[in-house]
Design a protein around this ligand. Structure first.
Ligand SMILES: *[C@@H]1O[C@H](CO)[C@@H](O)[C@H](O)[C@H]1NC(C)=O
Ligand SMILES: *[C@@H]1O[C@H](CO)[C@@H](O)[C@H](O)[C@H]1NC(C)=O
Ligand SMILES: *[C@@H]1O[C@H](CO)[C@@H](O)[C@H](O)[C@H]1NC(C)=O
Ligand SMILES: *[C@@H]1O[C@H](CO)[C@@H](O)[C@H](O)[C@H]1NC(C)=O
Ligand SMILES: *[C@@H]1O[C@H](CO)[C@@H](O)[C@H](O)[C@H]1NC(C)=O
Ligand SMILES: *[C@@H]1O[C@H](CO)[C@@H](O)[C@H](O)[C@H]1NC(C)=O
Ligand SMILES: *[C@@H]1O[C@H](CO)[C@@H](O)[C@H](O)[C@H]1NC(C)=O
Ligand SMILES: *[C@@H]1O[C@H](CO)[C@@H](O)[C@H](O)[C@H]1NC(C)=O
Ligand SMILES: *[C@@H]1O[C@H](CO)[C@@H](O)[C@H](O)[C@H]1NC(C)=O
Length: 889
């Protein structure tokens, strides 16, 4: 079967088979002409315009082994020093789509026993294999506001990846953040607040690393919508688009919002950063030298490696010079995925031999990869790769894309351990109680007839993993769709868990698991003592579900959810609504409905969803979660939206971030818009009071800009590496796997070995890109995460939180700062904790304010500074309930 791609294999590939639908989408997509808010900051306005460009920044900074990376770098350099050119190229390039067993794999170095690196989705569990946990999604982890829990889950996910033989888990996500509430993939990350996002991503990363698995912090950067992210995909969906959309944003918004969580996570040791599909200022995410070379590697002192999102590499020489270190999955574009071609691979070997790519740049890319590998202790991990992404059958083709001879592919290792406890705990601890009247919750366990309504309470009758990439909204919603969705080894539905609960106390239980059985719903709702209504709203990545192309078209509930709530509640005055959604949905009507006695947002809780909600409903877990986003009254209240229609002909659609930093609560606050439920909001079965705010100024050194130069690029090359192409040909008798990406040349003529029809005709090398001499450090740089003085603690804030009720509960005190300037947000989250407090007892909330937390970005000095405006600190239970405040001296 060599060389022949079975049609079936293509069909499984999701977007592989091009169905060139007619170029007319007007019947599918809403005509959203809504104009968002504009910032009044001249810098923002000037820096978020159509067709603006991204300044070149070269050379690509070489890793120097800063801080905790010193050891890993020493080992990595010693290792890289032994490598031949082809061995180096092998570690930087994916071997092709479906050629090996993971979603992405690099070449290997058989001579030194260095195995091919396995890169596997997802941010919430091992994707596309069996016997794994589906952990609560990022947006739920954000709703827990718990550093400890996110750390534990990071560790548990790391253990499962490691157990299956994965080297790098593709997560966590800090972009998209949710600039627009409809953005399809926001649920994979920690929501629209950069501070919360940065702290929790750091915990997730350290958790993963403590299990001996590399992390991949994604996506860099400003990847705030799915629409138009890839030309091929856009064409498939009916738009004639030739380039990914461009996010156009200014330098202040970049630093104070989108880059912020990257700084924390890089400081926490992120092993890799994944660059994004979208363009930034009209330069592709994976070859934007300003983003990769300047912001990530220089200013944030990143020591790990940059890996492309799959098919996000658009060039060879240009991308590696702009700071990309690894190209995945090796082949260029989706429609080219079975071509056996690569911008990297042999082309990179050619580019080094012909002098386009300096050896030090390749050495740096490889050093970064190997250093990250040592950094997390992968040299001590001995679990072998035990599964295939492409089938769950035990036996299958060694190279799936070409369907060659059968091998033992899947060992079916169950790597879940006791993680279901953690999934259940985090599910319950991420459930936000939004409304609770007449003591509706917790349920007493004495209800005579409990009735559950809604498809969202039940199973997908075709099976929990029946939809390709989970791209459907069938049955209970426990994860969104796309590459963030692992397969369920087991899925405990709300219907099952509630029924089990009711049968324990001997009540009666009936459920109707469709939204459309009007008559039966009316009859049952009239008889019920309590009606539990489950509704949802889904979104995801890259596929069309109910006409939603990744991003949602609206913010209402799906499948007639609002009508279902109305119907049930018109017959039952004790209706409790549970919402599973990937992000904000409009809830004002439900909030105002007097027969809806309780309302819970449960997000995407993962595989223990039913048990988790039952724990909350029956009071075993007292809800403590808080919304990690704002729920507005109307869609226009957010002031930001997805760009749904191309606005630049067939060229890159232009997404101008004119609202600047004023996304989510920053926008609602600035424009004085009252939301249904504000950012940080959430109730408990008890109540808490806040008192006794103490602000202590801490002695700190002056902030000084980082000065000086890097060392020169280290020379790690072996002296015996020949520049003669004849020494870089495929070894004789090498048995080539068709379509596989190799580092060797097929002929000594570099032009024909490359096969690039433009070879030699475009020899532009950006000025400075080959310069290996010492380079100036960025003022705001100097260490992973940036200038170390940015992290000095300048104030410690304390407050007393008292549990005024009858039951133990968790409270999440939040600290906000107002920086005081005319272009600043009224409030910025700058501290939080999750405290468990016994009834009648008090606990001290303590938050450290780091220097950066009170700073603004200076676009001229290219550094952080403390403005002269008076700063205030606020402490309370949500962004709009802040009983304590003080002026910062
Ligand atoms: C696209 O579809 C709409 C609605 O179906 C139709 O009115 C319009 O004429 C079509 N446009 C083209 C160019 O086919
Ligand atoms: C994008 O362009 C704006 C306006 O020139 C500039 O302020 C900003 O730094 C640029 N960012 C990138 C990543 O190119
Ligand atoms: C590159 O990796 C491939 C796949 O693992 C392997 O077959 C080949 O031998 C490697 N080449 C070198 C030079 O190590
Ligand atoms: C896309 O637009 C270009 C330029 O207008 C045109 O040449 C090309 O034929 C279009 N492609 C399709 C499939 O309509
Ligand atoms: C090198 O890249 C070019 C595209 O620029 C591609 O056409 C060619 O096939 C690649 N060569 C190899 C060996 O993959
Ligand atoms: C893997 O390493 C651990 C110690 O870290 C050891 O106990 C175990 O036996 C090793 N397993 C294999 C298959 O080598
Ligand atoms: C919003 O989108 C969902 C999913 O496509 C759909 O079920 C619902 O009817 C839409 N709501 C409105 C008001 O059109
Ligand atoms: C609330 O429920 C009662 C039945 O108990 C019904 O008469 C009333 O119309 C309902 N109210 C609403 C707003 O649905
Ligand atoms: C070598 O590889 C290039 C790129 O894939 C291809 O265009 C060329 O035909 C090959 N040459 C030989 C001699 O196989």
């Amino acid at each position: 079967m060599h060389g022949i791609i079975p049609a079936a294999v293509l069909a499984i590939a999701g977007l592989a088979q091009a169905e060139w639908v007619k170029f007319n989408n007007s019947d599918l997509f809403p005509d959203v002409t809504y104009q968002g808010f504009q910032s009044d900051n001249p810098v923002t306005i000037a820096g978020s315009r159509n067709l603006q460009d991204s300044p070149p920044k070269y050379p690509s900074p070489w890793g120097e082994g800063h801080g905790e990376w010193a050891d890993a770098y020493e080992k990595a350099r010693a290792f890289v020093h032994q490598l031949t050119l082809e061995e180096k190229v092998n570690l930087t390039t994916g071997t092709g789509w479906k050629m090996d067993r993971c979603v992405g794999q690099t070449g290997s170095i058989p001579r030194l026993g260095f195995h091919s690196l396995c890169l596997q989705d997802s941010p919430n569990g091992v994707r596309l294999t069996d016997f794994v946990s589906v952990f609560p999604s990022g947006v739920n982890l954000a709703a827990t506001w718990s550093r400890e829990l996110v750390h534990s889950i990071g560790h548990a996910m790391g253990e499962e990846h490691r157990g299956k033989g994965v080297d790098m888990q593709l997560g966590p996500v800090v972009g998209p953040m949710g600039r627009a509430p409809e953005a399809g993939r926001s649920w994979e990350g920690f929501g629209p607040d950069p501070y919360l996002s940065g702290i929790l991503a750091s915990e997730a990363i350290q958790g993963m690393h403590s299990a001996g698995v590399m992390s991949s912090l994604k996506h860099a950067i400003a990847y705030e919508q799915g629409h138009f992210r890839l030309p091929y995909e856009s064409v498939e969906m009916g738009w004639n688009i030739t380039a990914p959309y461009s996010s156009n944003l200014d330098d202040v918004t970049m630093h104070e919002l989108y880059l912020w969580p990257f700084a924390d996570a890089i400081r926490a040791g992120a092993a890799s950063v994944m660059c994004s599909y979208n363009q930034v200022n009209n330069s592709n995410g994976c070859q934007n030298s300003y983003v990769l070379n300047h912001l990530i590697k220089n200013e944030l002192g990143f020591q790990g490696f940059v890996v492309s999102d799959w098919y996000g590499t658009w060039s060879g020489v240009s991308s590696i010079l702009a700071g990309l270190d690894m190209s995945m999955p090796g082949v260029p574009e989706m429609q080219d995925q079975y071509s056996g071609r690569s911008f990297w691979g042999a082309n990179l070997t050619v580019a080094v031999l012909n002098g386009s790519v300096p050896t030090w740049r390749l050495d740096d890319a490889v050093t970064r990869i190997v250093a990250a590998w040592y950094f997390v202790g992968r040299d001590e991990a001995n679990e072998t790769l035990s599964f295939s992404t492409w089938t769950k059958d035990t036996y299958g083709p060694a190279h799936y894309a070409i369907g060659d001879g059968l091998i033992h592919l899947n060992e079916h290792r169950d790597v879940r351990g006791n993680h279901s406890n953690l999934v259940r705990e985090a599910g319950a601890k991420s459930t936000v109680l939004l409304k609770n009247t007449n003591g509706a919750l917790p349920l007493t366990g004495k209800e005579k007839l409990t009735a559950t309504f809604g498809e969202d309470a039940g199973p997908n009758i075709r099976g929990p993993n029946s939809c390709k990439q989970h791209a459907c909204d069938e049955g209970t919603l426990a994860v969104g769709w796309g590459s963030g969705a692992p397969d369920f080894a087991s899925l405990v539905t709300p219907d099952t868990a509630i029924q089990n609960e009711v049968s324990k106390f001997g009540g009666a239980y009936e459920s109707i698991l469709t939204n459309y059985a009007s008559e039966q719903i009316d009859t049952l709702a009239r008889r019920a003592d309590v009606a539990l209504v489950f509704v949802n709203s889904d979104s995801g990545e890259g596929q069309m579900v109910a006409n939603n192309y990744g991003d949602r078209n609206n913010l209402t509930l799906w499948k007639g959810g609002d009508e279902l709530v109305k119907r049930v509640s018109s017959s039952c005055p004790n209706t409790i609504v549970v919402v599973h959604s990937t992000g904000p949905v409009l809830l004002e009507e439900i909030k105002q409905n007097p027969n809806v006695t309780a309302l819970l947002w449960a997000g995407l809780p993962g595989d223990q969803t039913g048990n988790a909600i039952t724990d909350v409903l029956y009071g075993r877990v007292n809800p403590g979660a808080k919304l990690p986003f704002t729920v507005g009254v109307a869609r226009k209240d957010w002031g930001t939206d997805v760009l749904y229609a191309p606005n630049n002909g067939i060229l890159a659609p232009q997404a101008n971030f004119q609202e600047g930093i004023f996304t989510d609560y920053r926008g609602f606050d600035k424009h004085n818009i009252t939301p249904t439920y504000e950012f940080g909001y959430g109730l408990s079965y008890t109540s808490f009071s806040y008192s006794n705010l103490r602000v202590t100024k801490r002695p700190v050194r002056e902030y000084t800009a980082t000065q000086g130069y890097t060392s020169a690029a280290p020379n790690l090359s072996r002296s015996d590496v020949s520049s003669n192409p004849a020494n870089h040909l495929f070894p004789s008798n090498f048995s080539m796997v068709p379509l596989y990406i190799y580092p060797w040349l097929n002929t000594t003529d570099l032009a024909s070995a490359s096969g690039d029809r433009y070879y030699g005709s475009n020899e532009f090398i950006p000025p400075g890109a080959q310069d290996s001499s010492p380079q100036p450090l960025a003022a705001a740089g100097g260490a992973p995460g940036g200038n170390p003085a940015l992290w000095d603690i300048v104030y410690t804030v304390e407050a007393t939180i008292t549990n005024e009720g009858e039951v133990e509960g968790d409270e999440i005190p939040q600290l906000y700062i107002s920086l005081g300037g005319p272009y600043d947000a009224p409030l910025l989250l700058r501290g939080f904790d999750r405290l468990s407090i016994q009834p009648g007892r008090s606990s001290t909330f303590q938050a450290d304010i780091r220097r950066k937390d009170i700073m603004n970005w200076d676009t001229v000095a290219q550094d952080w500074y403390v403005s002269g405006y008076q700063k205030k600190v606020y402490v309370g239970s949500s962004s709009r309930n802040l009983p304590l405040s003080a002026t910062l001296a």
